[in-house]
Ligand binder design. Structure first.
Ligand SMILES: NC(=O)CC[C@H](N)C(=O)O
Length: 184
């Protein structure tokens, strides 16, 4: 199985390191030509969702990737990646809009925007969670289901082939969420 990591901007190298730890092959997606390779699943990293959204269009990646996600290719979005998959974005503009979640960007405000906690994740037990200028999910609808709630806010969700976290599992020691994704 070939895992592509969107590598336009942000924390793509950390996801690559995580997949290396799991012995899982991967490649970077930087330009349309990279989509000629077999692609079985996609990771969209954290970073700046506004910049990534613009680059996806400028580099002609948007339509092909959106079609693949809509067809059911497994996709894992962390932080900015979560924002890019959401149908509704408070404080931003939807991008792929394939997931029935409403998200709030930079939701914790400047002071509290970055923090660390340990909290429970559906089916995986207690996991480390690093939040960096994080969004949270205001609501899930349709086929989307919450997988983790921290301080009353939904911070992870899944809808069929789409998995999102508001935090950054690629920055912590636990490989559990990446393993969960690789089994989807
Ligand atoms: N760490 C992150 O990915 C932050 C997301 C960023 N605040 C955004 O809106 O894109």
């Amino acid at each position: 199985m070939a895992t592509g990591i969107l590598a336009l901007q942000g924390a793509f190298a950390e996801h690559a390191a995580m997949l290396d730890r799991l012995g899982e092959p991967h490649f970077e997606i930087r330009q349309a030509r990279d989509l000629e390779k077999p692609l079985d699943r996609l990771i969209i990293p954290g970073g700046e969702s506004t910049v990534m959204r613009r680059l996806l269009h400028d580099l002609d990646l948007f339509d092909a990737l959106r079609a693949r996600i809509a067809e059911g290719m497994p996709v894992f979005g962390t932080c900015a990646g979560l924002i890019l998959l959401a149908k509704q974005v408070d404080g931003g503009v939807p991008c792929f809009a394939t997931m029935d979640i409403a998200v709030k960007r930079n939701a914790y405000g400047r002071q509290l925007g970055s923090f660390f906690t340990n909290d429970s994740f559906e089916g995986l037990g207690t996991l480390p969670m690093t939040f960096i200028r994080a969004p949270y999910i205001e609501s899930v609808s349709g086929g989307a289901k919450a997988l983790a709630v921290v301080g009353g806010k939904i911070v992870a969700a899944r809808q069929d082939n789409q998995l999102v976290t508001a935090f950054h599992p690629e920055l912590d020691s636990s490989t559990a969420i990446h393993e969960y994704f690789l089994k989807m």
